[in-house]
Unconditional design. Structure first.
Lengths: 222, 217
């Protein structure tokens, strides 16, 4: 599995994400000679415990989520971020969880967009939308460096690419910027050798950021 | 979904059973050493209690994990008439963090077992698996090296085959038909309906052992 960084769009204080920004970002990729290849989609589901009474739900994790990734069509990933747990399973685990009836879907989101080839890099730009809605909640970007699988060995080249990318985006004077927050993979029991479990953990981290941003905007409004 | 029958056999006759199965299946046995951890949902989780089993295959150089949920058995007059249990079953391979995940979700350890024995996987009208194993309990939590048989001198035989709503009748027929070949040595029936050892077992075993398995049935 080759290494990737998952970035998310961090709007400036007081501004929100919109489809205009998404369009500008996509144009930006093409302006640095990214070749559009096709669509991609990942789906993330937040689960909530199924309890007889609402008050009992506090005893169970609030940050239990699952994600399916396009590069692993037969797999599904569970993450409990607060306890630094990540699990890779067959897709059938979703059916298994449904049969248990102990956890239900609280909300499901799609990461949806286009994939681009840029030399040794593969880029994906995607909007974050709830399933059954077109309400844009965020923008994510995957930067994959194909030749290397080591988290540490790829760090320098990824940082250099990110500098180039951030500069290209800043020229468009958009109200925000892309952020990369690298989780501590070791805390999840993951090694330097990159896997789809690393990707799942990055998405869980991105979601935590997106939620924090939405909550911050809401508290300013209130 | 899966079709299941079970039976018991005295440990002294297991070698004869192995010879019989080898002759019938035409494949080699695979060794089995599975640590089975049975979890139940905690008191407030879910409107109804749920159970899940974590299976750790200790026979592999690096232990591999599977999560399995066994659901309700098929019910109704039709189901009662067939001698094979048909039930829902979902399983998934998982990475090694499964126990930590389920504990974090609010599941608790109900009991754990160590199954030691062998399996035969083969195709005979359906994809059939025969498992012959001793069921052992651990004296200390997760101490698989210190396990003792739950029923010394007796081993469990399980015949299972995956099925779907469309083909379960054929699978039931295939399993039933296969079980008839084992009748001299053991009686197989739905789990929960125990029949004990069969009186012909000793004679059948002696015949198989002296034969060396050379005569196919």
């Amino acid at each position: 599995m080759t290494l990737k960084w998952v970035l998310h769009w961090q709007p400036n204080a007081g501004s929100t994400v919109n489809s205009q920004i998404l369009s500008e970002v996509s144009q930006c990729v093409e302006s640095i000679n990214g070749v559009k290849e096709g669509r991609w989609r990942a789906t993330l589901t937040f689960y909530k415990p199924h309890t007889r009474e609402q008050s009992m739900a506090v005893d169970f994790p609030r940050d239990f989520l699952g994600i399916s990734l396009p590069e692993q069509p037969n797999k599904y990933y569970f993450i409990i971020r607060g306890q630094r747990i990540v699990l890779e399973a067959d897709s059938s685990i979703q059916t298994l969880m449904e049969k248990l009836q102990s956890y239900k879907t609280r909300v499901a989101l799609h990461f949806d967009g286009f994939q681009y080839q840029l030399g040794d890099f593969q880029l994906r730009v995607g909007k974050v939308v709830p399933t059954h809605s077109e309400n844009l909640r965020g923008i994510v970007m995957e930067v994959e460096y194909v030749p290397i699988s080591s988290v540490e060995k790829a760090r320098q080249i990824m940082e250099e690419f990110l500098d180039i990318w951030q500069e290209a985006v800043s020229k468009r004077s958009l109200p925000g910027h892309f952020m990369h927050m690298e989780p501590n993979f070791a805390e999840y029991g993951l090694t330097d050798h990159y896997t789809s479990q690393h990707t799942a953990v990055q998405y869980a981290t991105v979601m935590a950021q997106l939620i924090a941003t939405v909550q911050a905007v809401q508290s300013v409004r209130n | 979904m899966e079709c299941v029958v079970q039976g018991i056999i005295e440990t002294q006759h297991v070698e004869a059973l192995e010879i019989l199965l080898q002759g019938l299946c035409g494949v080699h046995k695979e060794r089995l050493r599975i640590h089975e951890i049975c979890l139940k949902s905690g008191p407030n989780l879910g409107v109804v209690a749920s159970e899940v089993r974590l299976l750790c295959d200790l026979e592999q150089p690096e232990s591999t994990w599977t999560v399995r949920h066994i659901g309700g058995a098929m019910r109704g007059a039709g189901a009662e008439q067939i001698s094979v249990l048909v039930r829902t079953m979902v399983e998934s391979k998982v990475s090694k963090n499964a126990l930590r995940l389920f504990y974090a979700l609010g599941y608790k350890l109900d009991h754990e077992l160590l199954r030691v024995g062998f399996t035969f996987h083969f195709q005979r009208g359906a994809q059939i698996t025969v498992t012959v194993s001793s069921v052992n309990k651990m004296l200390k939590l997760h101490a698989t090296d210190e396990a003792v048989p739950v029923t010394p001198g007796i081993q469990l035989v399980e015949v299972t085959a995956p099925a779907s709503a469309e083909n379960y009748s054929e699978v039931v027929a295939a399993v039933s038909s296969f079980c008839e070949y084992l009748a001299p040595l053991l009686h197989l029936s739905k789990p929960g309906i125990s029949t004990g050892v069969v009186p012909t077992a000793a004679a059948a075993a002696a015949s198989l052992m002296s034969d060396g398995g050379g005569t196919p049935l």
